[in-house]
Design a protein around this ligand. Sequence first.
Ligand code: 3H9
Length: 645
Amino acid sequence: MTVVSIEKQGDIAVVTVDNPPVNALSQALRQGLWDAAERLDADPGVRAVVLACAGRTFIAGADVTEFGKPPVPPHLPDLVARIEAAAKPWVAAIHGSALGGGLEVALGCRFRVAAAEASLGLPEVTLGIVPGAGGTVRTPRLVGVEAAVDLVTTGKPVRAARAQALGLVDAVIEGDLLPGALAFAAEALTRPLPAPLSSRAVTPPEPGFWDRAEPATAKAAKGAAAPLRALACLRKAAEASFDQAMAFERETFLDLRGSTQAAALRHVFFAERAAPRPAALRDVAPLPLARVAVIGGGTMGAGIVAALREAGLPVALIERDAEAVERGLANVASIFDGAAKRGKLTPERAAALRQGVTGSTDYATLAEADLVIEAVFEDIAVKRAVFDQLGRVCRADAVLATNTSYLDPRLIAEGLANPGRFIGLHFFSPANVMKLLEIVPVPETAPRTLATGFALARLLKKIPVQSGICEGFIGNRILKRYRAAAEALVRRGVPIDRIDAAMRGYGFAMGPFQAQDLGGLDIAHLQREGARAAGQDVPETLGDILVRAGRKGQKTGGGWYDYAPGERQPQVSPTVAALLAPAVTPGAAMTGPEIAAALVAEMAAEGRAILAEGIAESPAAIDLVEIHGYGFPRWRGGPMFASGA
Ligand code: 3H9
């Protein structure tokens, strides 16, 4: 297949890259671009070159699938240098995304122009590596050290307008990109050419810059290695020669490419890309979603309404009486107003989002809804009553979803007419923020209903993971095992705060006990009490002892820890020590890494049981649940990856 073609428009050559899906820099593409540079240098009829891409995007980076293999020439740094040294100036014409190696190729060009919707970035640190083809060396020469540090250490792309303000692109082209780029090239030829980036100097940053940047980068990285290594490359670029900095960057790139963190982040990268489009549903068309409704305006319902609104859908919110409707609408409004106060939304956008929600008590208004998501109280009778009404008023093909965390969706659906339209959609709180969506079909769920669940996830920009039916589905089932294992360590005498510190050291934002104090210990306690009342044998947990003593978490001033009034800082609690003393056998001495290894091994063991029962489809699905729903450090790859599953 020809991945690079050349066409002449007068004395300007257009080099077009066509390597679907995202024009990744495979060996064939690198060779094709190299050959094009050779050929065009030798062509006296060509005075400038426009580098453009076919398909949905500019070059989106190195081919990540090649990372596990030995590099084959031409190597990307050499290709970028070859383009930079071309006898005629190259102009990169960027649409879609110019990412990683794609941006590095563009930095080898003498000019860069971009379509208004384009984005540019160096996301390598999100893959556990650093740019490996001059990104850390050329970027500061173009946009200055401060902006380069921001781009490279966060990995966050910028849109065309911002890229132009930074100096990363020379022009933003309104209208058709290619004619705009050709006109730009023709005009550029009338002026003296700027120096190639490799021969420009780096302007030194303000004194003290590196002393501030290092701790700030380390803090934001939360244990990931690549951002600090990228910062070291940028510092080298500012303090050494171009060639020395290139050598240092390459060495760092090759070192990290083979690292466990990079392998973990690649695993997550591919899992995330595969998740929204399961192969089994490839040929199943989802129901188009135009009219959606949410039943219940509590915390969860309001969060789901907010997520749907942010995705651009008008939403009907149904509650049982006028007062509850008002409360529900107020809950939704406070989400948007809070975001506006924090500067995340303009007040106008917040108002527009609020206005797209219609409150009502009348189920009859749902007759034409395409999708209804029930998010009422976790009580089987209440939920069934909702579906009884929905079954009567909604279209036979409308998708009816329950948002439940623990109840068996089969019981909720019992008696529903046309059960093929029923599905469980487990959102995580806050539902407009958390990325995970567990999709739980019942045996009757029709393929189209399932496909609609996945389409909804794509619309909401969430990571969908299909789960079979078991208590807690994938995520809460593993959480239960994790908490039980952490309690077992406490019983063996490992201090509560040491366990939390160990998990923070592993990369979680919070340890298991701190997290329970934040969320409240009472919900899980009530569930256990319910099971006990139903005759199940549920052994007493340490959490039960605390809740019985009135310690339900931060909201009661104490749970596993004490909290000073109005403070969120956990304090080791002598009261807890006294309450739990009869259940604790002192003696176990474990280091932080030993504690973390033991608890992650428990998570993975539960994950293996979940796989064996067919509840999750793959280890990667379990890893996505833990990373996107439970704060498992991304750079560890998830419990299954970390345990070698
Ligand atoms: C790098 O460049 C290192 C250099 O500095 C140094 C080298 C020496 N490679 O996301 P989508 C596949 S590091 C291989 O659904 P979208 C993806 O798996 C790289 N494959 O599309 C999927 O495959 P499939 C830095 C890749 O339109 C298909 O393309 N670059 C790559 O929603 C469609 O992907 C990045 O990190 C790749 N680099 O979004 C960019 N990228 O269809 C990562 C994608 O078989 N990519 N695929 O499932 C992205 O951010 C998004 O894919 C992009 C398109 C925004 C481009």
